[in-house]
Design a protein around this ligand. Structure first.
Ligand SMILES: [Ca+2]
Ligand SMILES: [Ca+2]
Ligand SMILES: [Ca+2]
Length: 233
């Protein structure tokens, strides 16, 4: 049978086949490289452009920088969210302030946005006329964070150390008759700038100022606040 003879036949020039097949394989490789090289160059150039245009932040920014939660200068009698006290025009350079009467507690509820790492409460505190060693007690959520004591136009401020809360209170004016109008006596007043910072604040906070004055609205002494600004960071 011819087929069996063919299968048994192992003579012949295998190198000729080898050369032809190898040449064909190399040719195919060269052709393939030519076809895909343009695409690869395009992609690598796109990757380079994308990476070089990318900026990496070295720190995680908070969700927001600063948000005003409450602000009031009590102009036009606007309480600005405060309860428990009333706006009075004290005249002179003091003008309209939140007047905290004898044994009154002025109160401001503050809603703190989610993600806030700090809440800051700033305001001016006035000690008016002939206070005689009477206090204004400033508290956050019922905890006293600053206690101001007034005496005839002067003011001293005691700051208890409360974990997570830092307070600065600077007496900026003493013995100057800033509030002169209406029932206010022609006596020297004092003013302090108060800043309270609470770290990791709760969702809701209450800022209060209590007056332990022995005399009231028609008397000869008063505590008041003005220029309130509450922010979250
Ligand atoms: Ca004012
Ligand atoms: Ca006065
Ligand atoms: Ca008194």
């Amino acid at each position: 049978m011819r087929v069996f003879r063919f299968l048994e036949e192992d003579s012949g020039a295998v190198t000729v086949d080898w050369v032809v097949l190898t040449a064909a394989t190399v040719g195919l490789g060269v052709a393939t490289l030519g076809a895909i090289s343009v695409g690869i160059e395009d992609i690598s150039s796109d990757v380079a452009t994308q990476l070089s245009g990318q900026s990496l932040s070295s720190s995680f920014n908070s969700a927001f920088n600063s948000v005003v939660l409450a602000a009031s200068n009590f102009t036009g009698g606007d309480l600005g969210g405060w309860t428990g006290a009333s706006v009075v025009d004290a005249g002179g350079e003091m003008g309209e302030v939140l007047y905290i009467d004898q044994q009154q507690t002025a109160s401001l509820d503050i809603e703190v946005p989610e993600g806030a790492t700090n809440a800051t409460m700033e305001f001016s505190l006035y000690g008016g006329d002939t206070l005689d060693n009477e206090d204004a007690i400033i508290s956050v959520d019922g905890v006293a964070v600053a206690i101001a004591t007034g005496y005839h136009g002067t003011m001293t401020i005691e700051i208890p150390q409360i974990d997570g809360t830092s307070v600065t209170a600077e007496v900026v004016v003493e013995q100057v008759n800033m509030g002169t109008g209406g029932r206010y006596l022609n006596a020297g007043d004092s003013k302090a700038e108060v800043t309270i910072n609470v770290a990791d604040p709760p969702d809701d906070m209450t800022l209060t100022v209590y007056s332990d004055n022995s005399h009231g609205h028609s008397g000869d002494e008063f505590w008041a606040i003005d220029d309130v600004n509450v922010t979250a960071q």
